[in-house]
Design a protein around this ligand. Sequence first.
Ligand code: HEC
Length: 218
Amino acid sequence: MMKKIIYISIILPFVFSCNSNEKISKDIFEEVNKSMEVKKLSEVEILDEAMAWGEEISSEAQNQLISALQKAIEEKGISEAVEYCNIEAIPMVQELSTKHKVTIKRASFAYRNPTDKPSEDEAAILDAYAYNAENDIKNEPNIQKLENGEILLYTKAIQIPNSFCLNCHGKEGIDISEETLGKIDRLYPDDKAKGHKIGDLRGMWSIKIPKSEVIKRL
Ligand code: HEC
C-alpha cells in the first residue's frame, strides 16, 4: 500500500508537469501565431489606409487649387491668375500639409516652379508614370515605403485633362496668349511647363505620410 502511494506521488507530478508544459508551449505557440497574424494584417491595413488617405488629401488639394485658380481667372483674367498661382499655390499646399501632418507637394520633370523638381525617390516613380503614359498604360496611385517604412510616400499622376490647362501649359502663340506668356516668362525664367497637349503627363502629387499618423486613424 505504502509502495503504491509513493509510486503515484512520484509519477503524478511528472504527468502533471508534462501536461502543463505542453499546455504552456501550446498557449505560447498560439499567442505568437496570433501576434504574427495581427502584425501581418495591420501592415496591409496600414498601407490600405495610407492609400485611402492619400487619395483624400490629393483630391482635397487638387480641388482647392483648381477652384482658387478658376476664381482668380474669373476675377482677374488668365495672365493675372499666373501671378496668383505664383503667390498662392505653394502656401495653399503647405497649409494642407500642416493641417494633416503630412508633406504635400507636386513634382514634375517639366516643372514651372523649381520647388517642384522631383527628389530621387520621386524621379523613379515619375519615370514609371512617364513610361506608362507613353505606352498607354493607365497610371494608378502608388504607395512606397521610405525610411524603413516609417514614411509612406503616396503618389498620383497628374495629367492635362482639358484645354483649360493649356491656357498656361499649352503651346506658345497657339494656346498661351502673348500677355500670359509675358507673365510666365517674367515669374519663371527657367519654365519647363509649356508645350503640353491634352492627355499629357504633367507631373504627380507626392504626399509623404508618417506611418505613425496613419496608425492613429486605424
Ligand atoms: C492661369 C495659368 C494656369 C492654368 C490655367 C493652369 N496652371 Fe498649372 N501652373 C501655373 C503656374 C503659374 C504654376 C506654378 C505655381 C507655383 O509657382 O507654385 C503651375 C504649376 C503646375 C503644376 C506643378 C508643377 C510645376 O510645373 O511646377 C502642375 C502639376 C500643374 N500646374 C498642373 C496644371 C493642370 C493639370 C492644369 C489644368 C487643370 C493647370 N495646371 C492649369 C499656371 C497655370
